[in-house]
Design a protein around this ligand. Structure first.
Ligand code: FAD
Length: 352
């Protein structure tokens, strides 16, 4: 039996919840499917010491401020998970957990959403499936030959299991910097980045990144020159553990190696380092496989959008993922606005 609703939201992390909040405000019937059995989206799976790069109040979804975490300016992931769990309860969002969406098809005036607990028919779909389930590893020669342990950011939990080991951390972003800082005191760390690491000035945090991303999108929308956005400010927020490790002289980045060997890595100048483990902090790709049958245009794994709406399928909106679905859309504070815009466009569609 195929059930019907106004809107299906795929994904019940922060982006799916922000969508639910605005759909509810507009009185639009909807259901939110989330593959995981507990609230919190990707925040349930981060490493133990992760810290947000903005204070709590600047990490809030629409309608409700994130409360401060006692004793911490930058909250940890467990604090975000309890905030999200409380958020969905407070707004009575219709989240169905443990439901995997495998495909979306066109079906006349509707979209048909296939799940592992049955099919649904909806007038519109919002996809908010994030990137965490699609870790990206670059193609580097010798990756299969290396006999030590290789893991991605998603599998890293704490330095305990690497104590005393020779560990190579690859990547120049916030994940890499935080994991390198975590490992530096207790391991023989080599940190490898494609470009020299670019720290934001101390005291500048995610708030400035958000402002910068918003200013860039406004400039582009108004046809003005590209401000360069976040990229001009730097990439790494010096949250307290990163700052402490950097100031203690524990964080020295080396350029990217050219290949892995069975026992370590080798650079272009012939120098090498032995390693027990390589941790790839090399990013993610959007989880969009469920749209394969819609054959939507896009580049670099993205789907072409105007705002949040898919260019080739006006009943489909994309939320979260990255700046291509709205300025800072893949952040807690940034997703509220595109979620509101998507809900408003869907309201117009449903009444047209
Ligand atoms: P997710 O949290 O990944 O949620 C998507 C949900 O959809 C998941 O529950 C998943 O299981 C589910 N799903 C996926 N596919 C399907 C499917 N086919 N069917 C059903 N369910 C599905 N942001 C900030 O605002 N501040 C920060 O300080 C910050 N720090 C970060 C640090 C790191 C290291 C990282 C990686 C990110 C950070 N972010 C931060 C970015 C951002 O907030 C997170 O990436 C966020 O989790 C994205 O939320 P989301 O809801 O879009 O996706």
């Amino acid at each position: 039996m195929t059930r019907s609703t106004g809107v299906v939201v795929i994904g019940g992390g922060q982006s799916g919840l922000a969508a639910g909040y605005h759909l509810r405000r507009l009185g639009i019937e909807h259901v939110i499917f989330d593959a995981q059995t507990a609230p919190g989206g990707a925040w349930q799976h981060t490493w133990d010491s992760l810290r947000l790069f903005s204070p709590a109040a600047y990490s809030s979804l629409p309608g409700r401020f994130m409360p401060a975490q006692e004793g911490e300016v930058y909250p940890d992931a467990a604090h975000v998970v309890s905030y999200l769990a409380d958020y969905e309860k407070r707004y009575e969002l219709p989240v169905q957990r443990g439901v995997w969406v495998s495909a979306v098809h066109r079906d006349g005036e509707h979209l048909r959403v296939e799940t592992d607990s049955g099919d649904w028919r909806a007038r519109a779909v919002i996809s908010a499936t994030g990137t965490w389930t699609r870790p990206f590893l670059p193609a580097v020669p010798g990756r299969r030959a290396f006999q030590g342990r290789q893991l991605h950011t998603v599998q890293y939990r704490s330095p305990d299991e690497f104590a005393g080991q020779r560990v190579i951390v690859v990547g120049g972003g916030n994940s890499a910097a935080q994991i390198a800082a975590d490992l530096a005191p207790s391991t023989e760390l080599t940190w490898v980045t494609q470009r020299p690491p670019r720290y934001l000035a101390d005291g500048i945090d995610g708030r400035a990144l958000f402002d910068s991303a918003t200013a860039r999108r406004q400039a582009l929308d108004a046809g003005r020159a590209d401000t360069g956005g976040v990229a001009l400010l730097g990439e790494i927020v010096a949250v307290p553990p990163v700052r402490a490790a950097r100031d203690a002289g524990l964080l020295h980045a080396k350029p990217m190696f050219t290949r892995l060997t069975p026992t370590g890595v080798e650079w272009a100048d012939g120098s090498s380092a032995e390693a027990d483990a390589v941790i790839w902090c090399t990013g993610f790709r959007p989880a969009l496989a469920h749209f394969a049958s819609l054959r939507l245009r896009g580049t670099r794994g993205h789907i072409a959008t105007v705002g949040t709406r898919a260019v080739d399928e006006p009943r489909l909106h994309l939320l979260g993922y990255g700046d291509w679905t709205g300025p800072a859309s893949a952040t807690l504070i940034g997703v509220g606005r595109p979620a509101r815009d998507a809900a408003r466009e869907i309201a117009d569609l449903l009444t047209s």
